[in-house]
Design a protein around this ligand. Structure first.
Ligand code: GAL
Length: 634
């Protein structure tokens, strides 16, 4: 597969006289793609019903004439001000009941039928006009669903839609009362019309109520996107994509991804390290200018699964951003490294955000490939270096890994609904396991919770699945792979109750979780032989062989044959030991790598990346900071 580069561009931000020169410079840099349009509604339709396509016609023509392919975004993340006059109740509402104001973006509620129709209207008009344009390479729907915490909305529009959703799911209110356990605290309802949204309650709402509201909110995103996709498809055969985010799990990305051809995501390694990776002060210090060495890789692997193999980075950080608690400058070489890392994980394209730094408005402190004065910013030369390397590089494909890690969006909601203590964040648990595997040189495929075919995998891990689907454990066991479930496996029914028999109820493994405790990182429980359990710990009753115990001799990892159960959240030292133990049992090499070094094996090629700020020597080769070694075997 030929790998390509691109950039995000906003022709409406710049005088028209500069477009041709910009396009020429993009092409000369070696870019293939230019994404435009996704925030341009107030210019496309300055007044309701008065459309102005001329400027976009000319922009597409200018970019296309330079040899670029356009990715056209529907502008629905930024409804213009007049939209509020038409639909005053379209605003999303936060948990405190306050409508989110106009003056930035993403202020709409997914449940608002009128706004959904407006979004279909503009998507239809765009698709009619550009759907078969020779310069159009792909579509993007909206922009970053879920950004700025916008999936869950407690609006007046959400209320009847939620009641309807519940009625369809439960059929009778008696069934709902039973399922939710509403006899507790006299919460029983006499009809679906009595049910409210799970905010503004005196103390916590019923977790079953909150969980269903999360499922409903995810479905509203699916419905909103599906409507746009259908509108586009009526007039265009070009692939459709959406740009997802880092550590956003508020809707089911696998289900959304199944509606479209390509998954893309927006990768801001330095911002993420500061505000969502869960890194401690030391990790932030070590990687301040490189980003976490595993966080991007994790999302590359995740979005490869969301896109069913087809995925891009739609926005790649090219220099300092503006939105993290601190906004550092990347080490020289990191923009190149991030780009190649995406290709090593199978990205078809990497696009930089953005072409030129805007001197106005919210993101004026966010760098681009060009400075506001149109001179090259440092990221430009690194993009040029990748473009030159790509021209020489043989084609590689993502290949198939030996290790599979299951990720479940529902599990992230159920953990969030009832964390049981500080630090209990599902994605960060999965990420801690992923990091430990990567510290030992393993390449990983992330799979959906509906996966039942584990053919070819030697090791399968499924941490934190509170509600594993039917047949998952059986399919993993039947595959012959070494497997590890837990913690919290099967700890809730779909109705959000504790099941009896008690969890994890794994076939062929006699283990029962008798009691759990949460303890943050402060009250860590030492493991015998090194490392500790943090955040979450289970007391296990078992007749199976105990593989690892805590310092007081209580079992923490048990197994029967190839099937393991892990009764807690391991810290890094313990996760390292578990990764080595499982990989060895699976017959996979697991060699501890030097700090900051990471390997990615893909079809016919091994990449080695140095994320450390110092040179690293491994197997006789020394890589400088941000250094890459590409061992093409073909
Ligand atoms: C992304 C977003 C872009 C831009 C960028 C800044 O989340 O899609 O429009 O805001 O962040 O880093």
């Amino acid at each position: 597969m030929k790998r390509t580069l691109g950039v995000c561009y906003y022709p409406e931000h710049w005088p028209e006289e500069t477009w041709a020169e910009d396009a020429r410079r993009m092409a000369e840099l070696g870019l293939t793609w230019v994404r435009i349009g996704e925030f341009s509604w107030s210019r496309l339709e300055p007044e309701p019903g008065r459309l102005d396509w001329d400027w976009l016609d000319r922009a597409i023509e200018t970019l296309g004439a330079a040899g670029l392919k356009v990715v056209l975004g529907t502008p629905t993340a930024t409804p213009p001000r007049w939209m509020l006059d038409r639909h005053p109740d379209m605003l999303a509402v936060d948990a405190e009941g306050r409508p989110r104001g106009f003056g930035s973006r993403r202020h709409y509620c997914f449940s608002h039928d009128g706004y959904r129709e407006e979004s279909v209207r503009i998507a239809t008009l765009m698709a009619e006009r550009y759907g078969r344009n020779a310069h159009l390479g792909a579509w993007q729907t909206d922009n970053e669903y879920g950004c700025h915490d916008t999936v869950i909305s407690y609006s007046a529009a959400a209320l009847p839609a939620f009641r309807d959703w519940l009625a369809q799911h439960y059929q009778s209110v008696e069934a709902l009362n039973r399922a939710w356990g509403n006899v507790f605290w006299s919460m029983e309802y006499r009809s679906f019309d009595e049910i409210g949204l799970p905010n503004l309650t005196v103390t916590e709402p019923n977790p079953a109520h909150a969980m269903d509201f999360r499922r409903f909110s995810s479905d509203q995103v699916l419905r909103f996107n599906a409507a746009q996709v259908a509108a586009i498809r009526r007039h265009s055969d070009r692939p459709i994509s959406h740009n997802y985010m880092g550590k956003v799990t508020d809707f089911d990305h696998f289900a959304l991804g199944a509606q479209m051809e390509i998954a893309t995501w927006d990768s801001y390694p330095l911002g993420f390290l500061q505000d969502r990776v869960g890194a401690d002060a030391e990790r932030k210090r070590l990687y301040a200018r490189q980003g976490d060495p595993d966080f991007q890789a994790f999302h590359h692997d995740l979005y490869r699964a969301v896109g069913q193999g087809r995925w891009w980075v739609m926005e790649q950080q090219p220099g300092p951003v503006n939105w993290a608690p601190v906004n550092t400058i990347p080490l020289p070489g990191m923009v190149r490294l991030w780009t190649w890392e995406a290709f090593a994980h199978g990205a078809e394209a990497v696009c930089y955000f953005r072409w030129r730094q805007a001197p106005f408005a919210q993101e004026q402190m966010h760098t681009g490939l060009l400075r506001p004065d149109s001179n090259e910013a440092p990221g430009f030369a690194e993009a040029a270096a990748v473009a030159a390397e790509l021209a020489e590089a043989p084609e590689v494909d993502a290949g198939k890994a030996s290790v599979a890690l299951i990720f479940d969006y529902e599990a992230s909601w159920s953990w969030a609904v009832q964390p049981q203590g500080e630090g209990c964040d599902y994605l960060l648990l999965v990420f801690d396991i992923y990091r430990a595997l990567r510290r030992h040189g393993l390449s990983i495929d992330i799979l959906t919770p509906t996966a039942r075919d584990f053919e070819g995998y030697r090791l399968v891990l499924a941490p934190g699945l509170e509600m594993p689907g039917e047949g998952l454990a059986e399919a993993v066991a039947a595959s012959g792979a070494v497997a590890c479930f837990g913690p919290r496996t099967g700890s809730k029914t779909r109705d959000f109750s504790i099941p009896v028999p008690l969890p994890p109820a794994l076939p062929g493994l006699d283990v029962t979780v008798a009691r759990v405790e949460t303890m943050g990182r402060e009250f860590a429980v030492a493991a015998e032989g090194g490392g500790a359990l943090v955040n979450w710990r289970e007391e296990l009753e078992t007749s199976e062989p105990v593989v690892m115990s805590d310092a007081e001799g209580r079992p923490l990892l048990v197994r029967n044959d190839r099937l393991h159960y892990l009764g807690g959240w391991p810290d890094d030292a313990l996760a390292d030991r578990i990764a080595v133990l499982l990989a060895t049992a699976a017959g996979l090499p697991a060699e501890p790598l030097p700090e900051g070094l990471r390997i990615r094996d893909c079809g016919g090629c091994r990449f080695v990346f140095n994320h450390a700020a110092t040179p690293v020597t491994w197997r006789g080769e020394t890589l400088p900071p941000a250094g890459i070694s590409m061992g093409f075997s073909s």
